[in-house]
Design a binder for this molecule. Structure first.
Ligand code: PLP
Length: 376
């Protein structure tokens, strides 16, 4: 049975081009980038070439890019940096719908003398800029808001939020993990202080991330050491950095055309579903959504059963974010949106560049049949 993978917000397959580009750096060019002989200098050079490609992708300067082990590390580094820069300011603003790496860091800080304001979202998952303004205090050191939500796909007004933060001399961190590659990102235009990226959401491998740090802000590392210009210790993961560079280059070469095609497929799925199934509910902000995501529910249908039945036909979707799917608790994002999960439990469909119209037709056909069976 052919597998149809529709869970690209959880992770993506490493693309052939990325994989091939990485291969020589496992065995042939294995030198430590800190070594001063040619075997090391070669790898240092490719790291900097990758840095330049990532910088170009988000319109940053090369020295503003720090490679990390994952986006979670980038998020934690950015948050802790704000606390270290403003040691006397013990208040942070974030949202109720951030990724676990942000939420859990906030919990840790709350247990260590910080107060955190969690901005609410409305039924569409939107945040209110006025609530941000009203939440700011004299002792606020950081505002952290994601660019796009992994579950419902909403895109948030990052430029406007960064502007509010800048006016109050508060650091602004943006988790852009889900948005990268799907929507254009220009850090200079957005005015963010720090921003995080994960390789595995853009067809590069898992276990590589980036923290963008605007070069005029103060920075204290999370992991001390001399690599990454003294900003992130640890011998560099050369093959994965090369892979992330290649993936970034490919996004720019594609010029977001694939994103447009993916959106057409996503819109086609939703249209076909609505045409063939009654009582459908789509979560999120229909006017500000990532092009690949649909969080879609069918009145009275158990999302876990639906997901499992789809899997028996070789189709992979999720019922929440990958990081939460082992936990039986309802998704914090859907709860924050005030979702009526007794009635409407969504599955999340998230498309990627490999998906074809043929796959989507098979998916829709199976979905219609399964929902009918589950409703009997
Ligand atoms: N932020 C968001 C919005 C995510 O969806 C994820 C991954 O699922 C992360 C951060 C963490 O990325 P990583 O797995 O590289 O730590």
């Amino acid at each position: 049975m052919k597998k149809i993978y529709l869970d690209h917000n959880a992770t993506t397959k490493c693309s052939e081009e990325v994989y091939n580009e990485m291969l020589p750096y496992f065995k042939e060019h294995f030198g430590n980038p800190s070594s001063v002989y040619s075997l090391g200098l070669d790898t240092k050079e490719v790291i900097n070439a990758a840095r330049s490609k990532v910088a170009k992708l988000i319109n940053a300067k090369e020295d503003e890019i720090i490679f990390t082990s994952c986006a979670s590390e980038a998020n934690v580094t950015a948050i802790m940096n704000a606390t270290k820069t403003f040691p006397n300011k013990k208040h942070i603003i974030t949202t109720m719908i951030e990724h676990a790496s942000i939420m859990e860091t906030m919990k840790y800080l709350e247990n260590n003398g910080y107060e955190v304001t969690y901005l609410s979202v409305n039924n569409l998952g939107q945040i209110d800029l006025l609530e941000i303004e009203n939440s700011i205090r004299k002792d606020t050191c950081l505002i952290a808001v994601m660019m796009a939500n992994n579950e419902i796909g909403n895109i948030y007004p990052i430029k406007e939020i960064a502007c509010i933060a800048n006016e109050h001399n508060i650091y602004f961190h943006c988790d852009a993990v889900q948005a990268v590659g799907k929507v254009r990102i220009d850090v200079k235009n957005l005015g963010v202080d720090t921003l995080s990226i994960a390789g595995h959401k853009i067809n590069a491998p898992k276990g590589i991330g980036v923290l963008y740090v605007r070069n005029d802000i103060s920075f204290t590392p999370l992991i001390f050491g001399h690599q990454e210009n003294n900003r992130r210790g640890g011998t560099e993961n050369v093959p994965y950095i090369v892979g992330l560079g290649k993936a970034s280059e490919m996004i720019l070469e594609d010029n977001y055309q694939t994103s447009g095609k993916i959106k057409e497929l996503r819109d086609y799925i939703e249209k076909e579903i609505k045409k063939n199934i009654s009582d459908v509910f789509i979560y999120g902000d229909m006017d500000n959504r990532m092009p690949n995501t649909s969080s879609i529910a069918f009145l009275g249908v158990d999302a876990t059963k639906l997901m499992m039945m789809l899997e028996s036909f070789g189709i992979f979707v999720s019922t929440g974010s990958a990081c939460n799917s082992e936990i039986a608790e309802p998704s914090h994002v859907l709860v924050a949106c005030g979702a009526d999960l007794e009635k409407y439990q969504p599955i999340r469909i998230s498309l990627g560049k490999e998906n074809t119209k043929e796959e989507i037709d098979i998916f829709v056909r199976n979905l219609i049949n399964i929902v009918n069976v589950l409703r009997k």
